[in-house]
Every structure is written in C-alpha cells, then in structure tokens.
Design a binder for this molecule. Structure first.
Ligand code: ADP
Ligand code: MG
Length: 300
C-alpha cells in the first residue's frame, strides 16, 4: 500500500508534508514509547563521500575504485552512490568517460554488491558478506580495515576474483537537526535506540553526538536483525516506532507498531511505513508525532 491520507488535523500536516496510511496511525503515535532510529540517511545525511582508497599488493588504488564504482553504479545505496561518483572522477575522460560495463549484477541489502567486469568477478561490501562469498581475508588486510573504522569511517572491501584487492573508506555527516530532534523525541517520552548495519566505531561516535545512550546502540545489524530488534522490544512490552529510509529498513518498518519513512528514502521503505515525512529532517519525525497526538486529542 502507498500512503493514502495527508494529515490535515490543523492544516499544518499538509503544510509539513506528513502522509499517513489511516486513522489508526494517529492512535499509534500516542502509545509508542520507544523509537528505533536507522543511522545512514536517517540520523546522518546519507550523502557519503569517499575519504580514501587503499590497494593491496598487485593492485592500483585507481583500479580498486574504478572496478568497485562500475559495480556500485547499479545500486542506489548511499555507499554505492559515493563510490560510483568517486570512480567517475578517477575515470575522467579516459575511455570516453565511461566506467567499465558490468554483467551479472546482484546486490545483497546490508551486505554489498557483486558483478562481473571484463571477465573478473568484483565484490564490494562488508566483511561477513565477503566471507559468505568465499573470500578469505588476511590478518594484515583486516588491520587496514580496522584502522579505517577506528578513525570513524565506514570502510568496505573490494575483492577481485575472490581475493581482497583493497578497501574504500567513506565519511558521512550528521544532519544539522538530528541532535535537537532526538532531544525532542525524548521530551515526547520516547526512548531513542540506534540501529545500524554500519560498524561499532562509527555507530558509537554518531550516538554520542546526538545524545543516544551507549547502551542503546546496536551496530553491524543485518536487515533481518533489525526486524528481530523490533520484535524483541515488543516482546519486552515496548510499543515501538521505527524511523528509516532504506531497503534494509523496510521489514523492520512493517514490523514496528509505528513505521516512519523519511520521504527522501527508497520507495520500499515508504511503502512499508505507516507514516512518511516528506522531507529528510529527523525533526519532522518529532513534529509528526506531536501533530498526530494533538490531532487525535482534537477528534476525541
Ligand atoms: P545502515 O543500517 O547504516 O543504513 P546498511 O544495512 O545499508 O547500513 O549496510 C550495512 C553495511 O553493509 C554497510 O556499512 C556496508 O559495509 C555494507 N553494504 C551495504 N550496501 C553496500 C553497497 N552497495 N556497497 C558496499 N557495501 C555495502
Ligand atoms: Mg539508512
């Protein structure tokens, strides 16, 4: 289903661009006491940029970037967009400015992407997903990745024909309104919990910057793990809101008592959510809950 109603309680809903799926949603905003927040694209801008590339023996940095970029060009993940853009820059006008063609593209949400470029199998993604695909990583290579992550970057592997060829580090920025929005959500009686597929170091830094308790940070969570996190809190008696934007958030948004999608997010997330805020500011999520509660009070 797609959002059907525009929240017009005070005329402000339409103005603010808050879409709800039905009247029950208003009731749900009143009972929620916990809010799970996705990191990338929800708390942070999700507009990542490539901060650096390292190549392992036998590979060139620019090739690591070009090969990964060629495959990532077919994905809409924020990581993919950043890598494809950086690769395009390295590509310059060489070969007519076109990145190499990709065959057999596939993407694993919360894992990475794969494709064949010039007969070579390219994988770009997280450690666990590379291992699942038969790539073995040496201790020295792992140290390179760990060092990048410890510095607060999101680092991903690039493998060529089953062997690590290098890593790409990316930086994100926290949206200007996120800390104030989380403060406001707390003021509405909601306990904020950070849920991310990204690594623990990045998650901890972001949580600290926006006022989420270290005990309420869940990092390296796969999409299925996000659903489990919602279920676990529900089993413990919580009424759970979840805010997210990605394909990887869709199932958790559907499972939550109140699924909230960022309007700048993917269609899959918007379809799975009960409520969508049209902009991309987390402050609008707090505003939507406030307004829905007030609208309900007016109706009753
Ligand atoms: P988040 O919960 O922060 O939105 P995701 O669940 O989308 O993160 O991704 C989790 C991790 O999976 C990423 O940090 C990255 O390591 C890997 N990953 C996901 N998509 C891609 C991709 N297109 N390219 C490379 N790595 C990816
Ligand atoms: Mg996200």
């Amino acid at each position: 289903a797609t959002p059907v109603g525009l929240l017009t309680g005070t005329g402000r809903g339409a103005q603010l661009g808050i879409l709800i799926k039905g009247p029950q949603v208003l009731e749900d905003t009143r009972t929620v006491d916990t809010i799970l927040l996705d990191k990338t694209g929800t708390i942070t801008s999700g507009k990542l940029s490539v901060a650096g590339t390292s190549a392992f023996e036998g590979h060139l940095e620019r090739d690591v970037l070009r090969l990964a970029g060629a495959v990532e060009a077919a994905s809409e993940h924020p990581i993919a967009r950043a890598i494809a853009a950086a690769a395009q820059e390295v590509q310059g006008t060489y070969d007519g400015g076109r990145l190499p063609a990709v065959e057999h593209f596939r993407s694993a949400p919360g894992g990475g992407v794969a494709g064949t470029v010039g007969g070579r199998v390219i994988l770009a993604g997280r450690t666990g997903w590379l291992r699942e695909n038969g790539v073995s990583i040496t201790a020295l290579q792992q140290e390179t990745l760990d060092a990048a992550e410890a510095g607060g970057a999101t680092a991903i592997w690039v493998a060529v024909d089953g062997v690590p060829a290098g890593i790409i580090s990316l930086q994100d920025t926290i949206k200007p309104g996120s800390a104030a929005a989380i403060e406001r959500l707390k003021g509405l009686g909601l306990r904020p919990i950070l849920l991310t597929g990204d690594n623990a170091a990045v998650a901890a830094q972001v949580a600290a910057a926006v006022g989420i308790s270290p005990a309420d940070v869940h990092a390296a969570v796969l999409p299925a793990g996000k659903v489990e996190a919602v279920k676990k809190l529900q089993a413990g008696g919580a009424t759970v809101a979840m805010a997210g934007d990605g394909v990887n958030d869709a199932a958790a948004l559907a499972q939550a008592d109140l699924g909230i999608a960022m309007g700048s997010g993917t269609d899959v997330a918007i379809e799975a959510a009960d409520l969508t805020v049209m902009g991309d500011d987390l402050g609008q999520v707090a505003q939507a809950i406030e307004l829905s509660r007030r609208t309900l009070a007016t109706i009753k």
